[in-house]
Design a protein around this ligand. Sequence first.
Ligand code: F6P
Length: 464
Amino acid sequence: MSRLIVVSNRVSLPDEHGSSPPGGLAVALNAALRRKGGLWMGWSGKVQAEEQPAALMEKEVGGITYALTDLSQKDLEDYYYGFTNQVLWPIFHNRADLAEYSEARESAYYRVNGLFADQLEHVLRTDDVIWVHDYHLIPLAEKLQQRGHKNRIGFFLHTPWPPADILFTLPNYNTLLRGLSCYDLVGFHTENDRNNFAECLRRQELGDLHGDDCRAYGKEFRCGVFPISIDTAAFASLAGRGDDLQESFCRLAGFDVAIGVDRLDYSKGIDQRIVAFNRFLRSNKHRMRKTVLLQITPKSRDKIPAYQAMQKDVAELVGRVDGELGSVGWVPVHYINQSLGQPELASLYRRARVGLVTPFRDGMNLVAKEYVAAQDPRDPGVLVLSRFAGAASELGEAILVNPYDGEDMARAIETALDMRRDERIRRWTPMMERLRAHDVYRWCDDFLSSLDPPRGSMPSLEPA
Ligand code: F6P
């Protein structure tokens, strides 16, 4: 059997207890590699001292080899904070207005992808299967092929793929499209993302998609829909352990809890959610002093002005709501800028009557799936989910909301808290069945078995 090489920008080593750090990609890839074994290569999270990057630092944990590379200060600024997170991220989340393109940033992006290819060469064997993850590394297949490597190689995008008119705001967007055509398989979370991608190719007459088969730039490759998932059974059992340590930590006893868990990111709709919660309380006076919103929001990408502005805005908003509505013994919004471990999160999800997952745009959003998996089957809570999260295409029994409409969200919180137990069970059961059938292992198997047929074995796209 071929060895699996996973490549992503950030590599997240499990902690000393073997649990993965939070973040959808980290949790999913650690879970997938735990079963399959293999090597995970990416950025160490550190800045290198020397001009030239040191050789890959390899570390073996729980049957997985982690191969880490440092980045220079300049690459950190221009590639990570610059092109990937101030150009691609906003564009892929329909916020072209926030994109700050520069040629220097773009060339750092392609340079770092070349550097990843150079580093990978030190460990690559001819029969390895490579699985590349996320928008940071779209050009990696092309860079490897330019160096003469012919390994089977797949790409999975963890964010949405934007509509054509939004992608076309990016100078040289066609170089990205060409980069994707160098993979054997390109995977998206949803049909909508794949349709957007196909539309980009068609509009520029660069290529076309027939079912899963794609032709662009004279290359044939496959494009599939692979909704990412979680380790459903493990998460459910974690939540069922009844660990109530966090109960005293958060002093939530006696309150109806709504929970939100998101990186501090403008795509997540955190401030609009807090505004909606404020609106809900004001129009449901009987819920005052009985309901709290627990918003767990680790800081993220905090060198970027849009993220710094958001930190300030959300903190001020929380202060205003708590100051205006709160009373001695009741803080309506508990706002925590820390990331919590999975056991604690699982218990908190189970404790919360409502899970609020209301991003403006999100590739999948695994918090939605974790919230469902953590519920007590005899008395489940209610998921309030944005229509614009990829998860909405699988979790249609949630209360689906428009995150731009505060009134809609306030009403949804009210409906969720008022919902009778039989109705909650009726909605939760099919969602949980789906998550049990489509867990992260199934996601991984589906992707890798679609990557399996060697290049050239695809039916020809030529007309008969
Ligand atoms: O899911 C999208 C993503 O950008 C992942 O690639 C990444 O690991 C995660 O969000 C966290 O972002 P960052 O690595 O910038 O902290």
